[in-house]
Design a protein around this ligand. Structure first.
Ligand SMILES: Nc1nc2c(ncn2[C@@H]2O[C@H](COP(=O)(O)OP(=O)(O)OP(=O)(O)O)[C@@H](O)[C@H]2O)c(=O)[nH]1
Ligand SMILES: [Mg+2]
Length: 532
């Protein structure tokens, strides 16, 4: 079963367009934003004003005969047509069935209002016909009035003549921006009396071709002459036909929406960023943070401490005089719980900074993927800013990492054993010394045999040997263990730093860039609603 998506009501579409503009404010160039806002505002305003009246405006180059044509359609010389240019400098309105049109005319900014008797044409409904200043005027205010009203009227009538109909400036600057408005556009080739009969059609077709090139499809060119009156009835009939449908007002607004949303529609949402990109960035950032060196140093600190505690006491005391590798690196091993402290490590060196920058930039490229230019540029700018803060973020991430340099308490049993072993050896030595120099002191304990033997071995010798051997063996064993466990410490430290770095990059890089992507997606959603 086919699913038909219904268009939202026009009011909702305009509201969605306004919201899209709000979302896009930090991203889109000023003029593009202004276009969106203008359509959203003008559409909503027009809808709040008289829906009965159809507003028709005559637009064209100076001297094309807008005023003469206006007078001809009205049937009375209301406006001043003249050979001196430009002539019309403020809008003039002929109003059929004027009741309820005041606010609409206020909004249009038309002061000169001429109410007419009766209907414009049977079935056309209330109608306002506007004679306007030239839109290619040397007078800036004329241009402004014509341009503003081109954005406000319901039906646009382009009035040209055999001399100017192909003028590229007129097409490029004035007609093409209204390419979406075919349904509410009429075109007039005035001064047709200047052409020979057979040429009128040729020039009219040529004008039509140019309009098609502008993007206006199905717009018929009506040849007129205010001198002979030819074609004036055709023009009146064409206006009546559009007005009679009573859809010009909303068709115009829809055309405006199409015109400003056209370039965004169909681009689709950006969605999430490729997961691999984050992994690659984190690998680069961990490298830049010195994860390997810190892991190696933590393992070295672990080995040193284990040796201090469980190593052979005759040699291990020497290690105590060597500085702790972690302290030498400027690292505190207790994690910074609040997450604001810095380590005392020196700032990242230039190569590390370059690695970190490359990591962030690589991620930013992935985060910009699928975004239109303005948003992609915003991602790039933000990434640039983030890059500057990254060295400090990495340092804080390292400060937050718990470094497992401390051997577990279980090892202290071996510390006791080492001391006992040393004590045994010491007792053996003292025994011999006492036997040699103060035998009287031993006599009360051992009687005649001051140095008893076991299996032919003197006991003090056994004590000395056992003490020394035990110490040496325990020392050797824990050195081997220290090496194995140290490798684990290194692995765990590296993983812990990677975890902290990944968390830091999530909040410092991923989140802010995701916000831009999210903004774009919301923009795309609203544009899609507006476009219908
Ligand atoms: N031959 C000929 N001349 C015309 C025709 N319509 C207007 N004119 C003349 O063209 C000149 C300009 O006419 P306007 O009606 O003032 O032209 P406009 O477009 O209102 O000019 P602006 O108000 O300056 O923008 C006048 O001298 C008119 O007499 C026509 O159909 N044929
Ligand atoms: Mg005029």
């Amino acid at each position: 079963m086919a699913v038909f998506k219904r268009k939202a009501p026009l009011g909702d579409r305009l509201a969605a367009l306004g919201e899209a503009a709000d979302i896009a404010r930090p991203y889109l160039p000023q003029d593009e934003l202004a276009r969106l806002e203008r359509v959203a505002t003008a559409g909503a305003e027009r809808r709040s004003l008289s829906a009965e009246h159809t507003v028709v405006g005559f637009f064209g180059a100076t001297g094309s005969g807008k005023t003469s044509l206006f007078n001809a359609v009205v049937g009375e010389d209301l406006g001043k047509a003249a050979a001196r240019r430009p002539t019309t400098s403020s809008p003039l309105a002929a109003i059929w069935q004027p009741e309820g049109s005041e606010q609409l005319l206020d909004w249009l900014g038309v002061e000169d209002r001429r109410p007419r008797q009766g209907e414009f044409a049977p079935g056309a409904g209330p109608l306002i016909l506007l004679d306007l200043p030239d839109f290619d005027s040397v007078e800036l205010s004329n241009r402004e009035i014509a341009t503003r009203l081109a954005g406000q009227v319901d039906i646009l009538v382009w009035v040209s003549d055999p001399e100017k109909y192909a003028d590229s400036v007129i097409h490029d600057e004035f007609i093409r921006p209204h390419a979406a408005h075919s349904a509410v556009t009429l075109a007039v080739l005035n001064k047709s009396d200047l052409l020979r009969g057979a040429d009128i059609d040729v020039v009219a077709r040529s004008f039509e071709q140019l309009l098609v090139r502008d993007g206006l499809r199905g717009v018929q060119v009506i040849p007129t002459s205010t001198l002979t009156g030819a074609g004036v009835d055709d023009l009146r009939a064409a206006i009546t036909k559009v007005a009679r449908a009573h859809t010009a007002q909303s068709a115009r607004i829809e055309a405006d929406i199409r015109a400003v949303t056209g370039e965004y529609v169909g681009l689709g949402r950006a969605g999430g960023v490729d997961k691999q990109a984050k992994r690659e960035m984190d690998a680069a950032l961990s490298q830049a943070a010195g994860a390997d060196r810190i892991a190696e140093t933590t393992a070295a600190a672990y080995r040193k401490r284990l040796h201090e505690r469980t190593g052979w006491l005759l040699t291990s005391w020497v290690t105590k005089f060597r500085p702790d590798p972690l302290k030498r690196l400027g690292l505190r091993e207790a994690p910074d719980e609040i997450g604001v402290h810095r380590t005392s490590m020196p700032e990242l060196d230039a190569p590390s900074k370059a690695v970190a920058n490359r990591g962030v930039r690589g991620y930013a490229a992935a985060a910009a993927e699928g975004l239109p230019h303005a948003w992609a540029a915003a991602v790039e700018d933000r990434a640039e800013e983030i890059s500057r803060a990254v060295p400090a973020e990495l340092d804080r991430a390292v400060a937050r990492t718990k470094l497992p340099a401390e051997p577990s308490r279980g090892w202290s049993a071996l510390t006791v054993l080492q001391w006992l072993a040393l004590l045994a050896a010491l007792v053996g030595v003292l025994w011999y010394l006492a036997a040699a120099f103060v035998p009287g002191a031993l006599a009360p304990i051992f009687g005649g045999d001051l140095v008893p033997e076991v299996e032919g071995w003197p006991v003090p010798t056994l004590l000395i040997m056992a003490g020394l051997l035990t110490g040496l063996l325990v020392g050797l064993t824990t050195t081997v263990f220290g090496g194995v466990i140290g490798a684990g410490v290194k692995r765990r430290t590296r993983a812990a730093i990677q975890r902290e770095v990944a968390a830091a990059s999530e909040s410092a890089v991923v989140d802010p860039l995701a916000q831009i992507r999210g903004d774009y997606d919301r923009f795309a959603d609203h544009v899609a609603i507006a476009a219908g």
